[in-house]
Every structure is written in C-alpha cells, then in structure tokens.
Design a binder for this molecule. Structure first.
Ligand code: ATP
Ligand code: MG
Length: 338
C-alpha cells in the first residue's frame, strides 16, 4: 500500500493559504484514497519551534487537527494522526540524514534563506536543518505522495536526493524516494504547485507568520472581517479581469481563491468575469464567497470536540512509533550503528 503524508506547522493560527494549499487537498485525497492507501496526517511540532510560537502550542495542535476533520478528513484505520515529537525516530533519523545532506544543499533552500534573512548568523540551526527533519518525516513512512504547497517542493526534491544518495551508499533500497514534484502536483489534481498570494503584496505568498493582519485571511477570522480584507486587497489599474500572475498577481490571486472555493475551474471563473472593467463587483463576489466559506467551516470546526482529536492521537502515535522504529533500525544498520 502506498503512503500519502502531510503536516502543517502549528506556530500560530492558520491561513486560507494553508487550508487551500495543504489541509483541504489532504482531506480530499484521504477521502478518495483511504481504502487503498495509508494516510499519515502528522503535526510537525518539532518544526514549529524553529520560530516563536504564537499562542499556546498544545492548543494550536488540537486546533489544526480539528481543521483537517472540519475539511472532511475521514476517521479510519488507514489514517494515522500523530505528533512528530511523540515519535522519537523522527529526531534520530534526522541525525543520520544530517550526515548524508551537505551544507551546500541545505543552504540553497529558499525557505532557509527567507527565514534566516539571507543566512544571518543569528538564525538558529533549526531553521537551517528543518528540511532534513522534513526528509526524515517522509522517509520513515516510505511516503510516495506528500501534498504540500508549492513553497515546499524544493524540500521534497531534497528528500528525494537524500533518499537516493543514502540508498546508493548503503548499496540497497532502504528509503523510498517520494515522487518527483510534477507527479506530486498531478496527484493533487493541480497542473503545478499552489501558491495563494499575500493580499497586500501579491508578489509574495500568503504566510501565516506575516505581521500584517490585512495580508492574510485566517481560518478564525470573523467572516465580516475577512470580507473587508478581500475588499481592500491590492489589485492594479489595468481595468480588466484576467488570470495573469505576472501582470495582474492581485486579480489572479482572487480568481484563484474564487475558483478553489467554488470548485469551478480557473478557466470558467475567469470567463465569467472577463470583460468587466471595474473590480468592485468582482471583489464583492470573492468577499461573499470567502465569508460564506468561513461561516460554514467555522460551524463544522466548532462541532468537533477535543476528545475526538486526543483519541486519534493516542491511537496514531502508537502505530506511527511501530512503523517509524522499523525503518529507523534499517537506517541504523546501514550506517553500522546496529
Ligand atoms: P510560516 O509563515 O510560519 O512559514 P506558512 O503559512 O508558510 O507559515 P507553513 O507551516 O510553512 O505555513 O506550511 C504549511 C503548509 O501550508 C505547507 O504545505 C505549505 O506548502 C502550505 N502553504 C503555506 N502557505 C501557502 C500558500 N500561501 N499557498 C498555498 N499553500 C501554502
Ligand atoms: Mg512557510
């Protein structure tokens, strides 16, 4: 059985970008594949502490798992839910993979450059090393598909490289390299990776840790507040509605959001609005769709209790430890530690 695996850092409230890029695709894939695949939804709590955590980490963890359930993640024996730090093999394999990865590789990671302000000496080592931990997260469970947003694709490529290099040195296939990123996108039903943009600066991606509240829609936003954020999103003065990320990133981002939340293709959404020369009605429509989505989603979220999540974690962590320990032992033997 192939494994599909994903996780979202819980360093704060999550955004619509996290939802559309990672949570909903995983819930959809799990619905479609849970009878034929193993599905791992894990909380990367070790990844979370590489930067300041907003709010209480434990509360953030429970909340993020409720988001998956509210997005439709089924409860089933083939679906494992666990916290990374409750499965020590993640940390142990990271150390072994640290001795496979090179400084050059990890310093080339765009996320590292961005999060360390271009490699500042005061950046913590966790920021530098987290792609290797991510490789361990994936390789321990032989995950073939890892539904993530486009910003994480470079880390998936690194994971593949590390798996192939480790296997080559070991002289046998210890790790299953995850599929190449174009196949990952295809598996998620996308032509390429997804990147929801910052509402105020659509050149950038929407980040949950952005200091500007108006740049991001949070899943906990009051629907009316979210609606205002959409109305004040940066657009342009080209007076046409077209999907053109290069020349009209703000408009294209809103088209993208509209398309995803209404389950309509981008072509169809764009065709509906093509020919409009003012943006008011279009933005109002996106604002209504976003606020209706939040109303509905928040109601689902509120109907899930903590116990449902805690029970899933308890069961999931026991099984995840069994699987991860077995793979760790293979890697330990390959490098002579056992
Ligand atoms: P941070 O600012 O803390 O890095 P983030 O919003 O980038 O937060 P991550 O925890 O880095 O979130 O990523 C969680 C998941 O959400 C990943 O799969 C990532 O690819 C996806 N993701 C994050 N931002 C976006 C976005 N703007 N569009 C699509 N997917 C996204
Ligand atoms: Mg990020």
């Amino acid at each position: 059985m192939e494994t599909i695996l994903t996780g979202v850092r819980t360093n704060g409230e999550l955004t619509l970008g996290n939802f559309l890029g990672a949570i909903r695709p995983m819930a959809e894939l799990a619905k479609k594949y849970h009878k034929t695949h193993k599905i791992n939804v894990f909380v990367p709590d070790l990844h979370t502490i590489i930067a300041d955590v907003q709010g209480d980490l434990q509360a953030n963890i429970i909340r993020s798992l409720k988001y998956y359930l509210a997005a439709g993640l089924p409860i089933h024996d083939n679906i494992l839910v666990y916290r990374q730090s409750y499965v020590p093999a993640h940390s142990e394999l990271t150390w072994i993979l640290n001795c496979t990865a090179t400084m050059g590789e990890t310093s080339r990671m765009i996320q590292y450059k961005e999060k360390s302000d271009g490699g500042k000496e005061t950046a913590n080592v966790g920021i530098f090393d987290y792609p290797v931990l991510m490789a361990a997260d994936i390789l321990l469970y032989s995950a073939k598909y890892v539904p993530v947003g486009e910003d994480q694709f470079q880390h998936l490529e690194l994971t593949r490289d590390l798996a192939l290099r480790f296997n080559h040195r070991a002289g046998k296939e210890i790790f299953l390299p995850p599929s190449i990123t174009s196949e990952q996108a295809e598996f998620m039903g996308l032509s390429s990776g997804l990147r929801i943009r910052d509402l105020q600066n659509p050149e950038k991606k929407m980040d949950k840790s952005s200091p500007n509240a108006n740049s991001k829609i949070m899943l906990s936003d009051e629907p009316a507040v979210a609606s205002k954020k959409i109305m004040s999103a940066t657009t342009d003065n080209l007076a046409k509605i077209d999907y053109d990320m290069f020349n009209q990133p703000g408009i294209s981002n809103l088209l993208q959001i509209l398309s995803l939340l209404t389950d309509t293709t981008l072509e169809n959404v764009t065709a509906v609005w093509a020919g409009e020369d003012s943006y008011g009605a279009f933005k109002q429509n996106v604002a209504t769709v976003v606020s209706d989505f939040l109303t509905d989603f928040q109601a689902k979220y509120n109907s899930i209790d903590d116990k449902t999540v805690l029970d899933l974690l308890e069961k999931g962590e026991k099984r995840a430890n069994e699987i991860a320990k077995r793979k760790l032992l293979e890697a330990q033997k390959a490098v002579g530690l056992r």
